[in-house]
Design a protein around this ligand. Structure first.
Ligand SMILES: Cc1cc2nc3c(=O)[nH]c(=O)nc-3n(C[C@H](O)[C@H](O)[C@H](O)COP(=O)(O)O)c2cc1C
Length: 234
């Protein structure tokens, strides 16, 4: 493998590839809290994410301890009552063809890990409720964003921020999971955290130390080869 510019060594490249490949969505955390210094270090990394015109359109709220428990209780209640308050629509029915296949594949691998059959509605609900228990994580991060136009570009910026946050967690020996499920209750979360209505929410990230014995962490999802999704032009 050739190195590029900026005096990067083979070791740098392998280290990056190792971190990238060891990141995965964590669906089971230990209760152990993450030291404040480490959270700050991850937040400093995440803030290096690129953004349109360097607007840095994020205001991140970190929720832990009693406040996290309060949030979990409210979200579980709101979810049971189907009182959704999303800022942005989300409809999995829109996934067709290969996108639908991948979506179904993830769902079936996840149910299988917990020993839950597709027709077991209660079992499936229990798994989905894990989102609102933050998979037992001691912390969540919510990158709120201002609203600009149709929000597509700012949403892209928040995505870059989120991935930088997740990779930094991995580099620190931590784990995380981005959760659109939390975004279904953006209005409720804003109310509880006292966030102004102008700031919108796409997803939250539960994070902490992975519980390697959790069924939700017993699998790793693959990716299609780049030959199926890259087209070269010359
Ligand atoms: C923006 C975003 C939102 C997501 N929301 C959820 C969610 O609400 N609940 C969940 O269990 N996983 C969620 N995921 C995790 C995806 O299922 C996961 O990234 C995907 O299956 C690929 O697996 P990997 O992250 O382990 O590589 C989300 C991922 C992204 C990028």
């Amino acid at each position: 493998m050739e190195t590029g510019t900026f005096d990067k060594t083979q070791q740098d490249i392998y280290l990056f590839k190792e971190i990238l490949r060891s990141r995965k969505s964590c669906r089971g955390f230990l209760e152990t809290p993450v030291p404040d210094k480490m959270i700050t270090s991850v937040l400093e990394d995440a803030a290096l994410a690129p953004s349109n015109c360097n607007t840095q359109p994020w205001e991140t709220h970190i929720v832990s301890g009693k406040k996290l428990k309060e949030l979990s209780d409210v979200l579980l209640k709101e979810n049971n009552a189907h009182r959704f308050s999303p800022d942005f629509s989300f409809d999995t029915e829109e996934y067709q063809g290969r996108y639908q296949e991948r979506y179904f594949n993830l769902a079936s691998i996840n149910y299988e890990a917990y020993g839950v059959k597709r027709e077991d509605r209660e079992g499936r609900k229990e798994i989905s409720d894990q989102n609102y228990k933050f998979f037992n994580a001691p912390h969540i991060a919510i990158p709120f964003m201002p609203s600009f136009g149709d929000n597509v570009r700012v949403g892209g910026d928040i995505g870059m921020y989120g991935q930088t946050f997740l990779l930094s967690l991995t580099a620190h020996g931590l784990a995380g999971i981005p959760q659109t499920a939390l975004g279904f209750f953006a209005g409720t979360i804003r109310e509880i955290l006292n966030v102004p209505a102008e700031l919108k929410m796409l997803f939250g990230i539960s994070f902490g130390y992975a519980d390697l014995n959790s069924p939700g962490n017993s699998y790793k999802l693959g990716r299609d080869p780049i030959s199926s999704n890259v087209i070269f032009h010359q």
